[in-house]
Design a protein around this ligand. Structure first.
Ligand code: BT5
Length: 247
């Protein structure tokens, strides 16, 4: 008989994703790691994730039946946005690939990492983090449930919704995760600036394809964007967009 999943709580960890990856070989699906503070919280592509006290820094071991697939990170972002709405009333939107945003500011982030057939889904939600806790450029781009609502949100309530929601997302058909993301997507239909390893271009975000890639109509045709950062351009004429730059 496999042992039941546990939630491991820490006061301080380098990264809950790192810790969960170390368990992923043997831990049952739904095993979760939470830390009050992370000293080396990580984002995509070696970026760092500021993780002061008051947030929910969570990683969950998942075992999607078909193995890892990019649609899962989109499904996890959608599931996290729904859980956030249920506990706080804040209806956040999604920016490709998996930022959870409110009024253009980042409220939560998602980072999936794989270990064989297991996936560790990391979700960082700025719950009871005062705006003054963010440092550097993040102070101007992040928001939190506390900043948005002016009150504290019970993190145990969010945690107890999130863990099963993430497990559910890992069992859902890929198309269902893509559809869940589309429902909350702010990126689709908007002018976007795509910045990737091979350069930057602007275009209109049309849709996501079955692989989770963003389809962007640009000069020269529709381009499939797999790994890049996308910023939504302010509406208006090209000159205005140039003036404001990426958000
Ligand atoms: C992400 O990366 O958004 C994924 C973040 C995942 C964090 C969770 S916390 C639990 C688990 N354990 C980990 O170690 N990680 C996961 P990305 O799209 O690359 O965005 C990173 C960028 O977001 C940074 O470069 C900053 O600009 C910005 N940022 C950093 N900390 C932030 C915060 N707390 N709130 C909002 N934006 C932040």
């Amino acid at each position: 008989m496999t042992s039941p999943a546990l939630i491991y709580f820490h006061h301080v960890l380098d990264s809950t994703n790192r810790a969960a990856l170390a368990l992923a070989d043997t831990a049952p699906a739904g095993t979760a790691v939470v830390s009050e503070v992370q000293t080396a919280g990580r984002g995509r592509r070696e970026r760092s994730w500021q993780s002061p006290s008051g947030g929910l820094w969570l990683s969950v071991v998942l075992r999607p039946p078909g193995g890892p697939h990019p649609s899962l990170s989109l499904g996890v972002a959608a599931a996290a946005a729904h859980c956030i709405a249920r506990v706080s009333g804040v209806q956040a939107a999604l920016k490709w690939p998996n930022d959870i945003i409110y009024a253009g500011r980042k409220l939560a982030g998602v980072l999936l990492e794989t270990a064989g057939n297991a996936v560790v889904a990391g979700v960082g939600v700025n719950v009871n983090v005062p705006g003054t806790a963010f440092t550097g450029p993040v102070a101007g781009t992040a928001t939190s449930l506390l900043a948005l609502t002016g009150r504290l949100t019970a993190r145990p309530d969010l945690l107890s919704l999130l863990v099963p929601a993430l497990v559910d997302a890992s069992h859902r058909p890929r198309a269902a995760n893509l559809a869940a993301w589309r429902d909350l997507a702010e990126t689709l239909g908007r002018r976007v600036l795509v910045s990737g390893p091979t350069g930057a271009f602007t275009g209109t975000a049309l849709d996501i394809d079955p692989s989770g890639a963003l389809l962007v109509e640009a000069a020269g045709g529709v381009r499939q964007v797999l790994a890049a950062d996308v910023s939504i351009r302010p509406e208006g004429d090209a000159a205005t967009a140039e003036k404001y730059g990426p958000r």
